[in-house]
Design a protein around this ligand. Sequence first.
Ligand code: NOJ
Length: 739
Amino acid sequence: MKTRHIAAAIGAAFALAAHAQDARIDRKVADLMKQMTVAEKVGQLHQLSGRQFTGPTSSAYADKLADIRAGKVGSMLNVTGVADTREIQALALQSRLKIPLLFSLDVIHGYKTVFPVPLGEAASWDMEAIELSAHIAAREAAAAGIHWTFAPMVDVARDPRWGRVMEGAGEDTYLGSQIAAARVHGFQGRKLGATDSVMATAKHFAAYGAAIAGRDYNAVDMSEQQLHEVYLPPFKAATDAGAATFMNSFNTLNGIPATGNAMLQRDILKGAWKYKGFVVSDWGSVREMVPHGYAADLSDAAVKAINAGSDMDMEGYAYTQHLEAAVKAGKVKMATLDDAVRRILYKKFELGLFDDPYRYSDAAREKAVLSDQSHRTAALDVAQKSIVLLKNENKLLPLPREAKRIAVIGPLADSQRDLEGGWVVQGERAKVVSIVEGIRSHAGKAEISYAQACAPGCASSEGFADAVATASKADVIVLAVGETWDMSGEAKSRTDITLPGQQEALFSALKATGKPVVVVMLAGRPLVFNTIADKADAIVYAWFPGSEGGNAVANVLFGDYNPSGKLPITFPRSVGQIPLSYAQYNTGRPVTDEKNVVYKSAYIDSVNTPRYAFGHGLSYTDFKYGGLTLSSPKLAGTQKATLSFDLSNSGKVEGTEIVQLYLRDMVSSVVRPVKELKGFQKVHLKPGETRRVSFTIDRDTLSFFNSQLKWGAEAGDFHLMVGSASDDIRLSAQLEYLR
Ligand code: NOJ
């Protein structure tokens, strides 16, 4: 048998086995459900928070424990560690039907080993590294009793005022979809139920990233085109990757709260996409339909949410208090309740919890896995890959080993907490490598001096004079500034995304010494820093890089790692330009180079271009693009064309380039963006090396959500562009599509 045939036979055998398992689990679920009262069924849909976090509407902890014993709770969030999960699971096993609980937690970028924040990791454009980071997070969490993480967040986000841009993959649908799949695979592994994996959650369904003015929890109004084309594909990618659960979102979408949105949850997710997992509400989002003005009271909210497809109620108390009566009153069909219960019980069986409710809570495994040093190596690897070199005047970086005196200055230079970023669960703060510590241990013979200048937040300039005195004695200054860890994330929207406090003034004071200044910036979002962008000699954007952050930054500064990260989100020049994406429309009055054109789509006080474009990121080497060929200038039906070109490393050190493929559909039934990312590859080259890089173009590449509200490609001309960034296109070609 040929290998291909063997692979097909193995694939078919797996599919059969999976099918048999599906049927077996379906039977077990059905048997169990026959024994359940309506109250017990409703119990499976009720999720409560453990004692670490309780919201204003939470019930008392003792009442929660009593409810678990009574079989009125299906899942707990925020209960962590083997000891606690065992203790709480034991209570569930005292209930009549002994149905185990699901333990869930926000494991967003690591459990004990802290990885870069998700937006940072997205800058690596490295699916293997991202998958590994999610896998390690899952391995650690699963060893500590957790079955289920509320990640990945796959919301496309184009407004950096929104603090939650930090939790996602940035502004782009294509890149975001790839990352969504990588993260789901990483968290879940190939098959649910392995004790080194957890269930993933694709959140927040849907369009949460488009909240008005970047204000958290806010309303979203958007066209069907935008929804289907820009915001939904990463969710579809997550379902295709097998995401076990979905979380809905706090926002309304065109007037309907996502939690009560039947079009999203019932018609699209469970209907068109045939999704088999379950949907959990966001925290209290069922009850929030009352203040939204969409439900009259909590009972009405319960009815609207479950009928729209929300299966589990997180800390909302709507289902537990009102569903039983609603079923009796005929407002909710028994079949609807059963469907939600079935979906949840299915996952409990799939995870093996009925065979052993404690299988994730093994003290010996917890100890061994949480001290696995290889996790730090992976954290360093992805942190390096996430760093974006924004600017490098006169090739100041990498710093030569023989640099004699380096002054490390700044409010975040010796911070450990700020390197971790938000959403940290069990991170060992004391073991986070700070930037100055990383520099000290990588600097060889160079003499390192340090001055903080001001505390994080940089409210006072009292320490500036001392810092300037320290810096004046050095050959080069490394300045570590940025947002503090708690300035991005949930409910952390900002109207002003400049560097907080007096950090730009600190930069100016240091720059006035005449010494070269390298700025290392930490943040969970794109910041605005115009003075630094204009005047710094080099800028290294490190996001919140995690436990190994200081080592990652130092490796980049000294050239032990040649930076390769590219921005996954546009950096504006000012808040006034927001929203700003490379995938913009042309308008009928595009900006041209022609002088004296007044009536164009522009500002009178700023250019339209961003400070740093999507896809931007420098390297210590140079890459040349050339020799573009397109296998055919015309493409018909389902044919494929190949676009190829030569990429050469024309510099002196080895390096990795992320080559990007964009396209523009020139004329169509709905106007198309001037550029859309359609492919990318990470190519590592030695100095002098050349490699032929190819992309396949087919109907899918050319498709969009058209005027008939359907996916498809329309006949006509397409402009294909290959480059190093969305604003640095090096090669292009024309393609005609014939249907
Ligand atoms: C609210 C957040 O929106 C969501 O992302 C998170 O998973 C839940 N709280 C649970 O902590």
